[in-house]
Design a protein around this ligand. Structure first.
Ligand code: AMP
Ligand code: MG
Length: 310
């Protein structure tokens, strides 16, 4: 699909990528209210529509080529807009080619397995796009912020030392490397909202009856751990943005901008994969000609043998 590439997509994606190997501090290095000056709000709807259209076309080819898969991991604090982003960005895509998995508090069956087990079961097949609404990164975020969750994982005591987080970072990097070597492209997006924007969105949930269901009392409790999460995010970004699976930090305070960014990241990845419809071989062409002759011969009296062609 060369020729359809739009300049702004590449520019935007480059801006959002966390340079592999760099050491970052979320609060200092990433402004949640940033918007790029070459993407204006009045063009927002049009730009999102452009990536939705490109995505739909690429996804069709991805499925037809059937060699590569795409995994998009979305991480964020509550009310950052994960669900809305998924809904908008994937709105034009054939539902058969996309799987969304939401990861909640692990079940007792899930806790009986190694920590990657439940994520591995939800990986995309070749030709598919999978979206993780929360992901294996919860294992170095919520589980790190709340040590009692680590206790529930029933790990052998010698594996629970101080180096556990660095070990998990290395394990995650290796796993993603393995996936990428197997044709599964891993994209990781952190929707980064400010504490003030989260406060406003929680209040909105409380004040607007239609939004009430989205509010959960535990969200307010979790908000008290804001600084711990910021630290855990910073450490995660500094250790797991890799050449084969980079992190993108998306400014989340402006929803219109965040959606455009996520769309752009997916389009850019698919553009790099550049999936093609398989070429028809001489043998297939022959079989098609024979099938056509046979179907035409079955036409009832008076009916056109082939109303669509010659
Ligand atoms: P939500 O996505 O708002 O429906 O909430 C899901 C909840 O599950 C969040 O509070 C997450 O922190 C929590 N959660 C997700 N993954 C894990 C995990 N591996 N261990 C413990 N809690 C988790
Ligand atoms: Mg929630």
């Amino acid at each position: 699909m060369s020729g359809t590439r739009t300049q702004w997509i590449g520019e935007l994606v480059d801006l959002l990528r966390v340079t592999p190997g760099s050491s970052v501090t979320l609060a200092k290095d990433f402004d949640p209210s940033f918007t790029a000056d070459f993407v204006e709000k009045k063009d927002g709807t049009g730009l999102l529509a452009e990536s939705v259209q490109l995505l739909a076309a690429y996804q069709d080819r991805l499925a037809a080529q059937d060699t590569d898969g795409v995994l998009l991991c979305l991480q964020a604090l509550d009310a950052a807009g994960k669900d809305g982003t998924i809904r908008h960005v994937m709105s034009g895509v054939n539902p058969q080619g996309v799987h969304v998995s939401s990861f909640k508090v692990p079940s007792s069956e899930e806790l009986s397995h190694d920590y990657m087990w439940r994520y591995a079961k939800r990986l995309p097949a070749r030709g598919e796009i999978a979206i993780f609404n929360r992901s294996h990164y919860e294992e170095v975020l919520v589980v790190r912020v709340h040590p009692e969750l680590l206790q529930r994982q029933r790990l052998p005591s010698e594996t629970k030392g101080k180096d556990i987080w660095n070990r998990r970072f290395a394990e995650i990097n290796d796993w993603e490397r393995y996936l990428s070597d197997n044709g599964i492209r891993v994209l990781k997006v952190l929707l980064n909202i400010s504490k003030e924007e989260q406060r406003l969105r929680f209040l909105r949930r409380l004040d607007i009856p239609d939004h009430n269901w989205k509010f959960s009392a535990s969200d307010i409790k979790e908000r008290q751990y804001w600084d711990d999460y910021q630290r855990a995010f910073s450490d995660m970004l500094s250790h797991t943005s890799t050449r084969w699976a980079p992190w993108y930090v998306i400014p989340g305070d402006h929803k219109w901008f965040a959606r455009i960014c996520v769309g752009a990241i997916l389009v850019q990845a698919l553009e790099e994969i550049d999936p093609r419809y398989p070429e028809v071989t001489e043998e297939q062409r022959q079989q098609e000609a024979e099938a056509k002759t046979a179907l035409m011969a079955e036409a009832p009296p008076g009916a056109a043998p082939d109303p669509f062609g010659g």
